[in-house]
Design a protein around this ligand. Structure first.
Ligand code: 5RP
Length: 262
């Protein structure tokens, strides 16, 4: 691996413990003004606590100050919407030149394994990985799950391993209660857990704890942080599990302590 690739990866996954808390705020690319992301006021409050920020080029240019010293992981797949007929048919939406212009540390691309459009998305991912290899920019493959698609270890390990075999440098995948270790163990590149729909804070902390125990390198979490009743407290609680090995109860106590202080 070349120096540039290693350097960018080490800005995303912290070398001291090989873990990361990525903040995912890319939802607008297919969901429009998602609750909590209406104007990025919340994002700018929690940004100082994030190890990396995942978003689109439009959100980056419009809402984030260029002086920000948080590594950017740029979403480069999209082209379909939550109300359209072909939500899972994502393609490449950003050129590598624009990603370089934005000085990003990583590229993120969703794959829809098992869907009607899996081939389009897998070929799109491969193209982005070729660009990434050419310019030293790591690629995070996102194993998206459609309404009708499975969310068990069998499916998630299939999609994650395929992404790594196609050359992805990191994989973002969903958590499953049974055998998540298998998903992590059979994927040769770091796995970060996606948060999914908003659930109670303690449950999200428990899911984070379980994923880390199973070997995940961290999280790439969105709604369970920015839609929390206190996003600043929530990101710090998640961070405490990921980087300080807090238990669920310790992290939840921290969440409440910070929340009550504000
Ligand atoms: C879709 C995505 C989302 O855009 C987002 O990053 C998901 O984050 P969360 O589920 O934690 O809100 O990756 O596949």
């Amino acid at each position: 691996m070349d120096w540039g690739m290693k350097n960018r990866l080490s800005r995303i996954i912290k070398p001291k413990d090989k873990r990361t808390v990525m903040l995912a705020v890319d939802h607008g690319y297919f969901m429009g003004p998602t609750h909590g992301l209406e104007n990025f006021e919340i994002v700018n409050k929690i940004l100082p606590y994030a190890d990396a920020l995942m978003l689109t080029r439009g959100a980056l240019r419009n809402y984030i100050k260029p002086e920000t010293d948080v590594p950017i992981v740029l979403r480069v797949s999209g082209g379909t919407s939550i109300i359209g007929k072909e939500l899972l048919r994502e393609g490449i939406i950003t050129s590598i030149k624009d990603a370089i212009r934005l000085n990003v540390c990583g590229l993120a691309f969703s794959i829809m394994v098992g869907s009607e459009f899996e081939r389009d998305t897998l070929l799109g991912l491969s193209k982005i990985i070729d660009f990434g290899e050419e310019y030293g920019i790591p690629v995070v493959a996102v194993t998206a799950v459609g309404k009708e698609m499975a969310r068990d270890a069998r499916y998630l390990s299939l999609a994650s391993r395929m992404a790594a075999e196609l050359g992805a440098h990191m994989v973002k995948t969903y958590y499953c209660e049974k055998d998540f270790e298998r998903v992590v163990e059979t994927c040769p590149v770091p796995i970060v857990m996606a948060g999914g729909k908003k659930i109670p804070e303690k449950d999200a902390l428990e899911m984070t704890y379980n994923a880390i125990q199973a070997g995940a390198a961290g999280v790439d979490m969105g709604r369970n942080i920015f839609q929390s009743e206190n996003p600043v407290a929530m990101i710090q609680a998640v961070k405490a599990i990921v980087h300080k090995n807090f238990s669920v109860n310790e992290a939840y106590e921290l969440f409440q302590k910070i929340k009550n202080k504000e």
